[in-house]
Write a protein that binds this ligand. Structure first.
Ligand code: GLN
Ligand code: ZN
Length: 764
């Protein structure tokens, strides 16, 4: 029985890679210094896994920026506009990689776009196949890192993105009217893979891992055929090579047969997300296939349940000989924080619940020891069980009051008292906005000074009073500016918030925060998601004081500002001992209390942001309805308790909601603001088919760049919108919050926006 790993975090224990890369971008360190940091991380990772006696250790799982972009470089895929930047002397083409990923400021070298990696919070750089002439090596990274590992005496298993997954997630002539079939590129691509494999085999590589997570998606017959074809060709050509094909992130379902028919040495199953596949697989698997069992959750932070894992493994043992079983994490560990050993502030009785990447590796070792009789199963399982038992008995984990409150929720708590048509009349009477009312999405620029003050307060270097006085001054400034600009609905500015989820997580019961639990989101952007470990409940009002302070000094209404339940769930590590719906409902109930508190204190408009609803969509279409139904219920549970007169806003930052527009209208928010300016109101297409019933603010100001949009341009976007949306239903606002911008561009941009609103009002 072998144990292996699918990928290890590459950011460094203390975020060394981020620091070095950003310093390199600022020309503060040399290329050599950057490479040295990178090499140290790789060697440290290899040695760690070698020391623990992991049988097959992944290589090429390191990346300076993104593993998909690395794959593009390995294949010689460069967008036309960057071709002049190719270096023939740099074996890594590292600057080219950074350029493609980030673009070059103020030039026509615009960055390639980024997309979410399946349903994770990792973002990859979308390969642009449009200008491909022929495949060629533009980076030797794969081979250099393989050599580095082999030289260390490591049993190296290079990791490659499988050709079909690569093609499926790539872009090919999408902007043109005629859609070219990207799979026409398949034969040449496969040939080039054979070249890559030949070189690896020549170096002495015995195992190669091909990641094909598209096996977790709905596939066409053509796609299935090509996947089979891939591995028929590879296996035939390299008879001695151990080919491992890995599926992860979801169930195989109807792709199971295909997966089992792949003529390869080994297949990897994600048994965390795809546990239900196992039975069918075991029924049909040939005794010659090696099955890699992904029993350890690569995407969450919890200690493995050994009893459950062993049960699964033993079931497999009744079908397969031990030498045909491998154990592994469910997916690459890049989605997990590095080590709990770095955490010094978490209560030790809680710390034993967790297992980050390094500990997940140790768990693999333990499982192997149990199964090979080097450790007592009874003893280890008993200890493991006692930890879970203690956790279960912790009243914060299953808080009976929270469960009771949830059980009291009735059907009517999910809907507003009256229909939108009736509510809006009452709201208009009180709020009395002009047509095309103007507002912003919540945050105002988070200046260096604000961030420093927050940090000082956190480190207890300044007193609470001093910090709060400072925040009040910032709010005062923001109100004054909004008045000068002439906006209709104000916000307080969110100066007290570092992050829209963290702020609420810190105030709510049931969350834990790590010191070093960073996970790569894209490039050098890492996130430190909170961990939801227990029942979620509100201890005390979270936003009321700041909102009321802002209201007390304003001549116009203030919009209260909360993060929605689905977004809080989606951007946290979620508990695995309770279903997601229940946890989200708990968050919703806590937010409902906050909403009602704001209302009770005279706040007339309340916005509940849900930018993450779309990204929570399941990988398979068939599962969408169920997800949308419960997630939207949770939003409604949080918001529907208010009176007709109170205006509920929501915000989402994406424009591709054509396929979920009905679900979004079911949220029944009085007003929704969405991103549209980047796509030039592309989303309006959805409105010609589906009449969105409530009010809507299609973002007219793209906040992602420091550019100041002109009145004309925003007016023309509004004009476009008013062709498909009723004039009285349109709001005027930016695409998203303004926290990443500077006041220098925010003020003139918003002034232009207000002028655009005035202009459209004047057009009858
Ligand atoms: N209210 C938040 C802000 O303005 C919304 C952020 C978001 O949509 N991501 O910053
Ligand atoms: Zn947004």
């Amino acid at each position: 029985m072998k144990i292996h790993n699918l990928g290890f975090p590459r950011i460094g224990r203390k975020r060394e890679l981020k620091k070095a890369t950003e310093a390199y971008w600022k020309k503060e360190i040399t290329r050599e210094e950057l490479e040295k940091v990178a090499k140290n991380i790789r060697i440290e990772n290899l040695k760690l896994q070698q020391k623990k006696k992991i049988d097959l250790i992944p290589v090429n799982d390191f990346s300076f920026y993104d593993q998909v972009l690395d794959m593009s470089m390995l294949l010689g895929i460069v967008p036309e506009r960057f071709k002049s930047k190719i270096s023939s002397s740099d074996p890594l083409n590292l600057d080219l990689i950074f350029n493609i990923a980030r673009g070059i400021k103020n030039t026509s070298f615009t960055a390639s776009s980024m997309k979410k990696w399946f349903d994770t919070n990792y973002h990859y750089i979308v390969p642009e196949l449009d200008s491909i002439e022929n495949f060629e090596f533009l980076s030797r990274k794969l081979f250099l890192e393989t050599k580095e590992a082999l030289d260390l005496g490591v049993e190296a298993k290079p990791v490659l993105l499988g050709p079909m997954t690569f093609l499926k997630i790539s872009r090919y002539h999408e902007k043109e009217n005629f859609a070219k079939n990207k799979y026409n590129l398949f034969p040449d691509l496969l040939n080039f893979y054979l070249k890559i494999i030949t070189e690896l085999v020549g170096m002495g590589v015995k195992w190669i891992q091909f990641d094909e997570p598209i096996l977790s998606l709905d596939l066409s017959i053509e796609e299935k055929k090509l996947i089979l074809n891939t591995y028929e060709v590879i296996s035939k050509r390299f008879e001695e090579l151990n080919v491992l094909v890995a599926n992860y992130f979801g169930e195989l379902r109807d792709n199971s047969d295909l997966f089992l028919n792949l003529p390869v040495k080994a297949i990897h199953l994600d048994l965390v997300r795809g546990e239900r596949d196992l039975e069918g697989i075991l029924k049909n698997i040939s005794r010659r296939t090696i099955l890699s069992l992904g029993v350890i959750d690569g995407r969450n932070v919890w200690k493995n349940n050994f009893k459950k894992s062993l049960e699964m493994i033993k079931k497999v043992q009744t079908k397969l000989p031990a030498e045909n079983i491998m154990l592994a994490p469910s997916c690459s560990l890049i989605h997990s924080p590095i080590s709990i050993k770095l955490e010094s502030k978490i209560n030790p009785s809680y710390l034993e619940w967790f297992s980050f990447a390094e500990e997940k590796i140790e768990e693999l070792v333990t499982l192997k020891k149990i199964l090979t009789n080097q450790e007592s199963e009874e003893k280890i399982v008993a200890k493991n069980e006692s930890i879970f038992q203690k956790k279960k008995n912790n009243p914060k984990v299953f808080n009976p009051t929270v469960a009771e409150n949830l059980s009291k929720v009735k059907k009517e708590n999910y809907s507003r008292q009256s229909s939108f048509q009736d509510r809006i009349v009452k709201q208009n009477e009180i709020l009395n906005f002009p047509k095309f009312p103007t507002t912003t999405i919540g945050s105002f620029p988070q200046t260096k000074e604000i961030r420093q003050m927050r940090l000082k307060f956190k480190k207890k270097l300044i007193a609470k009073e001093e910090y709060e006085d400072f925040l009040k001054k910032e709010i005062e400034k923001a109100i004054k500016i909004q008045k000068e600009i002439g906006l209709d609905l104000y916000v307080h500015g969110e100066f007290e918030r570092n992050d829209m989820v963290e702020y609420f997580g810190e105030k709510l019961e049931g969350f834990i925060f790590t010191e070093f639990g960073w996970v790569q989101s894209y490039g050098t952007r890492y996130v430190k998601p909170p961990i939801i470990y227990g029942s979620v409940a509100r201890r005390e009002p979270m936003t009321v004081a700041w909102t009321l302070y802002a209201q007390s000094i304003s001549d116009k209404p203030i919009k209260g500002m909360l993060t929605g339940p689905v977004t809080i769930l989606q951007w946290s590590f979620c508990r695995n001992d309770q279903d997601r719906r229940t946890t989200t409902s708990e968050i919703a109930l806590a937010l409902r209390e906050e909403v009602l508190d704001l209302e009770k204190n005279g706040i007339q408009s309340i916005q509940i942001d849900e930018p993450a609803i779309r990204e929570g969509l399941p990988l398979r279409h068939k599962d969408w309805d169920d997800y949308l139904a419960w997630s939207i219920d949770c939003f409604k549970l949080a918001t529907a308790g208010v009176k007709d007169e109170t205006q509920i806003h929501t915000h989402m930052c994406y424009s591709d909601f054509n396929d979920i527009i009905e679900a979004i209208s079911n949220m029944d928010a009085d007003v929704i603001s969405i991103e549209t300016s980047r796509s030039k109101m592309e989303l309006l297409g959805a409105f010609s088919k589906f009449k969105y019933p409530n009010q809507i603010g299609p973002g007219v100001y793209d906040i992602h760049s420091p550019r100041i949009p002109s009145t004309e341009e925003m007016f023309s976007l509004l004009n476009k919108a008013s062709k498909v949306i009723k004039r009285e239903n349109i709001w005027v606002n930016p695409d998203c919050g303004l926290k990443t911008r500077g006041w220098d561009d925010v003020i003139p941009s918003l002034k232009n926006m207000v002028k655009a609103a005035e202009k459209i009002r004047a057009v009858s």
